[in-house]
Structure formats: C-alpha cells, structure tokens
Design a protein around this ligand. Structure first.
Ligand SMILES: *[C@@H]1O[C@H](CO)[C@@H](O)[C@H](O)[C@H]1NC(C)=O
Length: 423
C-alpha cells in the first residue's frame, strides 16, 4: 500500500488498564469492556439475548450509490453517518488524530481521548485474524488498515468508546465497543470520495460491532436489512424482527471466501429458462451499489437481454452512467416505464430445493437522470473481482435480507422497507 503508519497517542499500558478498571466499577455488567470478558462459559440461557436494535437507513442506489445509518458514538455522543457494509468487518470513523483524507469538517470528526486499544486486547487479534497484528510489544497501540474492492482504504488505530443503543425492549444501553479511528483515507480515483463519516462493517468476522454486542450478551449475532427502492429503509441487530415464516434460507457457502457472506452454488435462470451458467458463489454485499457477475454469467445475461429486447429499445451509448444503457422514444421516469421489456433473472441455489433469489427488472435496472435505463449488473472481471459474484444493493432492494451468524444462514423475502418495524 505504501501508506505511512502514524502514531497517535503515547500511552502506557498500566495507565490504560487502570483507566478501564475505574470505568468497570461504574457501569453495569453489560457495559464491561471486552478486554475483561472471558469468551467461553457464559452461564446463559437463550433469553440472555432477549432484544434487538433497529436503525433507520438512508440513501439509495442511484444517484447516491450507498445506504447509510446515523450512529451515535461517544459520551456525550456525536452522530456519524456510516456506510453499511456487509462485505467488511471493521467499523471505522474519520478521526482527528490529525487526519489526512478526511472529508468531514474537523468538528464532525471523532476525537480520540486516551482510549486506544492495545495489542494485548483480544479484539486486536480478532481484528487481524487470521493474520497477526504485527505488534512488536504487547502494549503498543493496535493499528489497522482496510482496503476495499474499489481500492479505497482506511488506515488508523483501534479505539474503544460508548455506543448508546436503544433496544426494542425499551432499554437504553451504552456498551463500550472497539472500532477504528481512521486518520488516513485513500479513495479510488474512479469515483468521488464518499460523503459519509466512515463505514459500519457488518461482515462475519469477530471484530465487528455486532460480534462485540454478542460477546457482551446484548444481542444474537444476527443482522438484517431492508433497503427500499424509493431510498431509505432499516437495519437491525438481533433476531427479534426475523419473521417466523416466509423467509427463504440458504446456508453460508463452505467454499470459504474469507470474511464474506456468501452462498451457492447457484444457477442463472433468465425468463424462466436455464442459461447453462452454473456453479456461481454469490457474495451478499450491502457495500456494493451494483451487482457483479463473473464474465461468463455477465456475458450470458447481456446476450440474453439484448436478444430478448430485439431492438425494441435503442442503445444509449451517450449515457455514461453505466456501461450499458437504453433509451426509449421519450425519457423514462422510473424502472416502471421500461420493465415490461425486461424478463426476470433468477439465481437458483442448487444445494437445496426451491431456494431462489428473484431479480425482477427493478433489481437490475436503474433509470438515470437523462431518462435512460441502464443495466445495474456489471462485469466483475473488469474491476478485478476475478471469478467472484456480488449481490449488491440494487438486487437487495425491497427485500428483507438476514445474515444469521448463529445458524450460518442467509435469508431473504420480499418486503416493504418504507416503514420502520414497530418496536
Ligand atoms: C432489554 O434488552 C437488553 C439487550 O438484550 C438487555 O440487556 C436488557 O436487560 C433488556 N431489558 C429488559 C428490561 O428486559
């Protein structure tokens, strides 16, 4: 990467641990920092995880390109808008340490205050697993660096602070959780820097905020999102809001793709007919605006759509929003105006019966500001994804998508995401 690491706060571990000990005395068991938690042997019944938390989501696939939540961190809390990303584990916020590559004004940045996580903290190894933190001494600060598929990156140090959370049972609890204080961000040249304050990493690694909530016994390690095609929606932690019926469940892929939520193999079906493209492992990634297929699946999709259109819509090569766009005799206002020209795509998961992910035209087309319809499925090979397939936001809209890390299942069902569930 060639980025220089930056040291932010000189802190001796004795002082650090002493500070924790003081805090521990003042807060309830639920607020104990993970540092002092023993991982095994919770004398718990299931009802220990009696509750969930719901967060309102904002954003859209087009024109914004991402969905985000406003999360409170600190005491007194500040609000940070964070991109929701099931494709990565680490939650980080732009941090005044000081910062290079921060896009928020200085007063909106997170200000660390003697709360750096050191290398002895289990959350530090969890963050770096399966690698190692690379610390020279145990009492050093725990550095991190994340690189995203679009070549953007964040470099910083882990800190711990309070996350005031309102649970569905009415309790307000502020667990102290570890997250990244990002003081050196790089953005990929091809798009404008995100306007969000950071990333809410919801991947299945042990260092995620959700895993930490699970470790302190506050929620089950289950999350779900409902992203509305009109923009907005909601996100939840815990399993209270998982409908007891109507969800289609697919097992996590054993084909290990690191810390990603993936399922498959799946077969691609177009307009009710098999395309012959099989064996697709699909990664569910809310951090990706569009869907990416490997070359074979992409070519098959493009060929079948074009053949099926049979010249009914003209190419709109002048629209540079996405690689493939079409125009009508007059500008389209919404996908509703063009969807009759497009057939549904289906991903049929072959390792279990009747597990299908339906992709109606709304799940793979956008209508641009110029009134053209563009294909929201892209060729992963062209952006260096190799053979990976990614289900992005566009294909998860108007569905509840659930990631159950307890049972190792991904579930989905059509849903109205415009209203927050009552809690
Ligand atoms: C509500 O849920 C939280 C999180 O699971 C739990 O810590 C708290 O004890 C619950 N409160 C009540 C009143 O049951």
């Amino acid at each position: 990467m060639g980025m220089k690491k930056q040291r932010i706060i000189a802190l001796t571990s004795l002082f650090f641990l002493g500070l924790f000990a003081t805090f521990r005395g003042c807060f309830s068991a639920a607020n104990q920092p993970q540092l002092t938690q023993k991982k095994k042997g919770h004398p718990t019944a299931n009802n220990r995880f009696g509750s969930s938390a719901v967060l309102a989501v904002q954003g859209n696939v087009y024109p914004l390109g991402y969905y985000y939540v406003n999360l409170k961190i600190g005491s007194p809390p500040k609000i940070y808008d964070l991109d929701i990303d099931t494709g990565s584990d680490l939650t980080w916020v732009q941090c005044d340490a000081p910062c290079s590559g921060c896009t928020k004004p200085r007063d909106r940045l997170y200000k660390p205050n003697n709360n750096v996580v050191t290398c002895v903290d289990p959350v530090c190894s969890a963050m770096h697993s399966p690698g190692s933190p690379g610390c020279k001494t145990p009492n050093e600060q725990c550095d991190y660096e994340v690189t995203y598929a679009d070549d953007g990156s964040s470099l910083g140090v882990l800190v711990k602070d309070y996350f005031p959370i309102q649970f569905t049972n009415g309790s307000n609890i502020s667990p102290r959780l570890a997250f990244g204080c990002g003081y050196n961000q790089k953005y990929s040249g091809s798009h404008s820097p995100p306007s969000t304050a950071g990333v809410l990493g919801l991947g299945n690694g042990k260092a995620s905020i959700l895993s930490q909530l699970r470790n302190v016994g506050l929620t089950r390690n289950v999350l779900g999102h409902c992203l509305s095609g009109k923009g907005g929606g909601y996100l939840f932690f815990g399993d209270d809001l998982v409908p007891s019926s109507g969800i289609v469940w697919a097992p996590f892929s054993s084909n290990s793709l690191g810390k990603h939520y993936s399922s498959g193999p799946a077969e691609l079906v177009f307009g009710g007919k098999s395309t012959g493209v099989k064996g697709l492992i699909m990664i569910f990634d809310s951090g990706s605006s569009y869907t990416y297929f490997n070359s074979q699946a992409y070519q098959a999709t493009v060929n079948l759509i074009k053949k099926d259109l049979n010249g009914k819509l003209k190419d709109a090569t002048e629209d540079k929003s996405l690689p493939i766009c079409w125009k009508g005799t007059k500008p389209f206002k919404s996908v509703g105006d063009v969807k009759t020209h497009f057939k549904p795509l289906v991903l049929s998961f072959t390792n279990a019966k009747n597990i299908q992910l339906q992709l109606a035209p709304e799940a793979y087309l956008i209508v641009t500001k110029n009134g053209n319809a563009c294909l929201g499925i892209l060729n992963g090979k062209e952006v260096g994804l190799g053979n990976l397939n990614i289900i992005g936001d566009i294909s998860m809209q108007d569905k509840m998508v659930i990631y159950d890390n307890e049972k190792q299942l991904i579930g989905w069902a059509p849903a109205n995401c415009d209203r927050l569930p009552k809690s």
